[in-house]
Design a protein around this ligand. Structure first.
Ligand code: ZN
Ligand code: ZN
Length: 343
C-alpha cells in the first residue's frame, strides 16, 4: 500500500509498504477513511520531535472502520466505525490506572502512532491496545464530526477539565487555532460567566466570533487591558493554547492572583518563568500533553449535539493530494484552519 512517510528531516513523501498485520492479540487493524494534518506532523517534518523515527508513516488523527482485531480485543469488532486515539496506553500501569495515560509506561505508551510506529496517513493502520486506542463512533455522528476526538479535541477537553472551571469564572483562552477552538468549545461546556479568546490573526478572530458568538474575541494588544479591568483584576482561569513567542508571559500576566494557568501549547523554544516578577501572585500552573482517555465521553457529547468542531475542517483533499493538504495547512493559505484527507 502507499503510505505518506517521514523520509528524513524536512522531507515527507509517498513510499510503498506492506499492509500492516496484527502483531499482538491486543492489536486492531483499521481501514482509515478520514485523517488530518496536525501541527505535530509539521513538528516531525521540521525535525523538532527527536523521538520520531525516519521511515514511519505519519498521521495520528483519524477515523476509520475496523478491519481485524486480535483475540484479546473486546470493545470493538470488524465493521465498527471508530476514532483512533493519538495516544497508545496499556491501561494497566501506575500512570494509566490514575488516568495519566500520556505517561503510560508500556513500550509503545504515549504518542507512538505516526511518530514511533506507522500512522494514519495510509489506507490501513495497526493500533496497539485497541480496547484503549479505539472508540466506537455513535450512529448519527459523521466522520468529520468525530475526526478530532483522539487528538486536538481530547486536548481541548483535557485543558478545560484540568482548569477547575466554575460558573462564576472568567476563562481566557489564548489562541484560536484548531486546539484553541477545541479548548474554547470544551470550556463552554462548564458554562463559565465569561469566556474570552485572544488571537492575533484577524481571519481566525472572525472565525471564532462567528462560531462562538457568546465568547469575547480579542487581539493580543487588547487582552491585557481587558483582563486587568475584570472585577478580580485578571482572568480566573487561563488556557494557553497559542504557543507563540510571547504567549506564555501573556498567559500569567492576564491571570488574577491565585488563578489556574493551564499550558497546553507546544513551544519551539524554551520559555522564561520570571518568578521574581510573579512573586505573591500565587499562581497554579498545569502543563503538558493531553491525557487522552475521555474519547468515549467526548463522542457522547458530540452525539448529544453539545460539541461540534467539524467547522474546523475548512479544506478536504483526496489522498493523492496530501502534499497540497500539507502545503495549505503549513503555509496557512486560503483562510485554512484544518485540512482533512479522505483516504
Ligand atoms: Zn496532533
Ligand atoms: Zn500504561
Amino acid at each position: 500500500m502507499r503510505a505518506y512517510t517521514y523520509i528524513e528531516k524536512g522531507r515527507f513523501g509517498f513510499t510503498e509498504k506492506p499492509e500492516p498485520s496484527l502483531a499482538a492479540d491486543t492489536d486492531a487493524i483499521v481501514r482509515v477513511t478520514l485523517t488530518s494534518v496536525c501541527t505535530s506532523d509539521l513538528h516531525i517534518k521540521h525535525g523538532s520531535v527527536p523521538r520520531a523515527i525516519p521511515g514511519i508513516t505519519v498521521g495520528h488523527e483519524a477515523v476509520g472502520v475496523v478491519l481485524a482485531v486480535g483475540s484479546a480485543v473486546r470493545k470493538v469488532r470488524p465493521g465498527d466505525r471508530v476514532t483512533v486515539n493519538v495516544e497508545t496506553f496499556c491501561g494497566e500501569c501506575f500512570f494509566c490506572k490514575r488516568g495519566y495515560v500520556n505517561n503510560c509506561a508500556s513500550h509503545d505508551g504515549g504518542w507512538a502512532i505516526g511518530c514511533r510506529i506507522d500512522g494514519t496517513q495510509a489506507p490501513l493502520v495497526r493500533v496497539p491496545y485497541a480496547d484503549n486506542g479505539l472508540d466506537k463512533i455513535p450512529d448519527g455522528v459523521s466522520d468529520e464530526q468525530a475526526l478530532f476526538t483522539g487528538d486536538i479535541l481530547s486536548t481541548g477537553y483535557w485543558a478545560a477539565k484540568i482548569s477547575e472551571i466554575s460558573q462564576d469564572d472568567t476563562v481566557l483562552v489564548l489562541g484560536a487555532g484548531p486546539t484553541g477552538i477545541c479548548a474554547l468549545q470544551c470550556v463552554l461546556l462548564y458554562s463559565p460567566s465569561r469566556a474570552i479568546v485572544c488571537e492575533k490573526d484577524p481571519l481566525r478572530r472572525a472565525f471564532a466570533k462567528k462560531l462562538y458568538p457568546q465568547a469575547l474575541v480579542c487581539a493580543p494588544e487588547e487582552v491585557t487591558e481587558i483582563c486587568r479591568s475584570l472585577p478580580r483584576g485578571g482572568a480566573d482561569r487561563v488556557i494557553e493554547a497559542a504557543g507563540a513567542d510571547d504567549t506564555f508571559s501573556l498567559a500569567w500576566q492576564c491571570a488574577r492572583p491565585n488563578a489556574v494557568v493551564s499550558v497546553v501549547a507546544l513551544y519551539d523554544k524554551p520559555q522564561i518563568l520570571p518568578l521574581p516578577d510573579m512573586y505573591g501572585k500565587n499562581l497554579v500552573f498545569k502543563t503538558g500533553g493531553v491525557d487522552g482517555c475521555d474519547c468515549a465521553e467526548i463522542l457522547r457529547l458530540i452525539a448529544d449535539g453539545r460539541i461540534d468542531v467539524s467547522p474546523l475542517i475548512t479544506h478536504t483533499f483526496g489522498f493523492d493530494d496530501i502534499e497540497k493538504a500539507y502545503d495549505v495547512f503549513e503555509n496557512k493559505r486560503d483562510g485554512v484552519i484544518k485540512t482533512a484527507v479522505k483516504i
